[in-house]
Design a protein around this ligand. Structure first.
Ligand code: ACO
Length: 322
């Protein structure tokens, strides 16, 4: 008997404070028009000083638990994807476990930059298929605003803060149909965030800020996401028309539009959140998925293709029947 990972709940959290393109134009030499035209972004949410990756994760997770209408004690695995953890250790998953009061399960973090949610779905799917876990909570949570150089106009316009959550449960009905994940460590220089302590030990005085060669990342992202779409359709014997919704990582509208074109989809079949959220890294796919479900676009029985690309480079897809 195949054991499938079914989606039973989703949640999302965005901090209250919003930073608009106009606000950024007061801080660096840029304009609303330039940012919107090149990226599709208008606003992004910025965490308050008291907020952390785990506090935001808790809000998103509690929403997912409420939607699923389960006792949180049923959760037997927590996976948190984040590049901006509260502490080096304990993991943000352990801190979330404490916040939720579910101390009899296992929790760990994964680091796959913007692909974190898709990698998390892939790991959870394997654990559910083998019978190791029955109910898995996956959260992508990021406070990107704390690793951004707010004087660098080429990166500060792109990122935002937020958390997205999904609860999976073992079932005999199809849920996650397949996941495909990849990484290639040969692209470190195009997109990285230094660890200041490690840099200092190596005699470099580097702040912990995102560095990105945007134009080069853009080109690799478009090609790679095109390939992952082909790989996912071929491996699962699907046609473009079998996909009801594309839920992409929200980095840039032009990258997303290229992927949609590859799928022969028009933009009405794409869940887009980046206009008002920016790139929330590992949170973005789950935030978009949550939005599509809660506003009634993604319905039970629909086939959803999620895809993401991020630092590493890492990339991947998750194909599921909702
Ligand atoms: N406002 C005005 N001008 C700007 C700004 C700005 N905010 N930022 C850069 N410019 C200038 C540059 O200085 C450059 O000027 P020059 O020609 O005089 O040198 C010019 O605009 C063009 O710069 P490019 O970097 O070539 O601009 P591009 O069209 O590539 O757009 C962008 C930049 C939006 C960053 C784009 O490259 C992009 O979206 N890249 C992909 C980002 C991505 O997908 N990241 C992956 C995930 S992130 C993660 O994993 C953490």
């Amino acid at each position: 008997m195949t054991r499938w990972a079914n989606v039973i709940g989703t949640g999302g959290y965005l901090p209250e404070s919003i930073r608009s393109n106009r606000d950024l134009s007061q801080m660096v030499d840029t304009t609303d028009e330039w940012i919107y035209e090149r990226t599709g972004i208008k606003n992004r949410h910025i965490a308050a000083d008291h907020e952390t990756a785990s506090s935001m994760a808790e809000i998103a997770a509690r929403q997912a638990i409420e939607m699923a209408n389960i006792d949180p004690q049923q959760i037997d695995l927590i996976i948190v994807a984040t590049g901006t953890p509260d502490r080096v250790y304990p993991s943000t998953a352990c801190l979330l476990q404490q916040r939720l009061g579910v101390r009899n399960c296992v929790g760990f973090d994964i680091q796959a930059a913007c692909s974190g949610s898709v990698f998390g779905l892939s790991i959870a799917d394997q654990y559910i298929r083998t019978g190791f876990a029955k109910t898995v909570l996956i959260v992508g949570t990021e406070i990107c605003s704390r690793i951004i150089d707010w004087s660098d106009r080429s990166t500060c316009i792109l990122f935002g803060d937020g958390a997205g959550a999904v609860l999976l449960s073992a079932s005999e009905q199809p849920g996650i149909l397949a996941t495909h994940i990849h990484s290639d460590g040969g692209y470190e220089d195009l997109l990285y965030c230094p660890n200041p302590q490690a840099a200092a030990a190596a005699g470099q005085n580097e702040a912990g800020h995102i560095h990105m060669r945007g134009n080069e990342v853009f080109k690799v992202a478009v090609n790679t996401l095109g390939r992952i779409v082909d790989e996912t359709l071929e491996a699962n014997d699907l046609q473009q028309s079998d996909i009801d919704w594309l839920v992409p990582h929200q980095a840039n509208t032009r990258i997303i539009a290229a992927t949609a074109k590859k799928l022969g989809m028009d933009m009405e079949q794409v869940i887009l959140t980046l206009e008002n959220q920016g790139n929330t890294s590992s949170a973005s796919v789950l935030l978009a998925f949550n939005e599509g479900i809660r506003d009634g676009r993604i319905l039970r029985g629909h086939t959803v293709l999620m895809e993401a690309f991020g630092a590493g480079f890492t990339w991947g897809s998750a194909l599921l029947k909702y």
